[in-house]
Design a protein around this ligand. Structure first.
Ligand code: MG
Length: 300
């Protein structure tokens, strides 16, 4: 039954029995931050240790989109279609303008430098929500060892005032984030210090109020094996999350429905392709894709 592991029979309706797990490219440093550009029919994806953003298209395969990249990790697009990125090395959130120039959107909070923005999601009101853990400045491998100046938090950048606000500060290590299709829920992964076996490794669900505040934040689903680094919702509100053995599909109620086994750790994933039904998977050093029977949320 291919790469699938069915936990709940409902999972059978979400996958295609004859779809294969394709390898689109391999032998990269460490892949993260995939983002789909339907208008260009391309995927952009970070190869973090090699300080570059790669571009994949069906016709041309893999090429380099930008190098150096400031060791960018997570990506999203805003409603104007611009690329929003999280730079480890430069400790900031960037926007690539339509003419290709780079704008720094946020690099400090109350006079202190951000740590290493990791992942980002854009609300329909233009607010930019991102996590700022320490992972990217802990080592030279993914951006360069630097001193942390702030606790690990989640922030919202206001699209009108440009002001940064702390929206969650009770994390050990916040990581991936994504909105539910109705934007009433923000899922944020907690990956702790990533080293101790008892570090937290679950997905938290927050209620979003007035498009700018979070309440709640209870554990929604605990991933095992491995960590929930990045995640995406499909248009029916299921959560597809990375894990230590592939991609896990979780119901809106938090129950594991099934797995796509990749044979390796998965960091991040995103839906793309025509109809947003193709799942692009950053499986450690390999870029994979598989067609599914669901469609990704319109604005992941
Ligand atoms: Mg991440």
């Amino acid at each position: 039954m291919g790469p699938y592991e069915v936990i709940d029979p409902a999972f059978r309706q979400l996958i295609l029995q004859n779809a294969v797990l394709q390898i689109l490219g391999q032998d990269f440093g460490w892949l993260e931050g995939p983002v789909w550009f339907g208008d260009a029919n391309q995927l952009l994806v970070s190869d973090v240790p090699n300080d570059r953003i790669l571009r994949w298209t069906e016709d041309a395969g893999i090429g380099v989109f930008r190098q150096p990249s400031g060791f960018e990790n997570g990506h999203a697009r805003d409603r104007q279609g611009r690329l929003i990125g999280c730079s480890h090395q430069n400790r900031c959130v960037t926007r690539t303008e339509l003419d290709g120039t780079l704008t720094v959107l946020a690099d400090s909070y109350e006079g202190r430098r951000l740590n290493s923005p990791n992942d980002v999601a854009v609300h329909s009101d233009g607010g930019i929500w991102f996590s700022d853990p320490h992972y990217g400045i802990n080592t030279d491998y993914e951006g360069g060892k630097q001193e942390a100046e702030l606790p690990a938090r989640v922030y919202r950048l206001d699209p009108v005032s440009g002001r940064l606000a702390v929206v969650a500060d009770d994390f050990t290590g916040p990581n991936g984030l994504c909105f539910s299709p109705d934007e009433r829920t923000l899922y944020v992964t907690e990956t702790g210090g990533q080293f101790a076996p008892d570090d937290p490794r679950h997905i938290r669900a927050f209620a979003v109020s007035d498009a700018c505040r979070l309440t709640g934040g209870a554990a929604f689903h605990s991933v095992s094996p491995g960590l929930a680094d990045g995640l995406r919702c499909d248009q029916d509100g299921r959560v597809w999350t990375s894990a230590g053995d592939g991609v896990h599909c979780v119901s809106p109620e938090g129950a594991l429905l099934g797995k796509i086994r990749t044979g390796s750790t998965v960091s991040n994933l995103t839906f793309g392709g025509r109809n947003r039904s193709r799942l692009f998977i950053c499986a450690a050093h390999t870029l994979m894709a598989v067609y599914t029977n669901v469609r990704g949320a319109a604005w992941p």
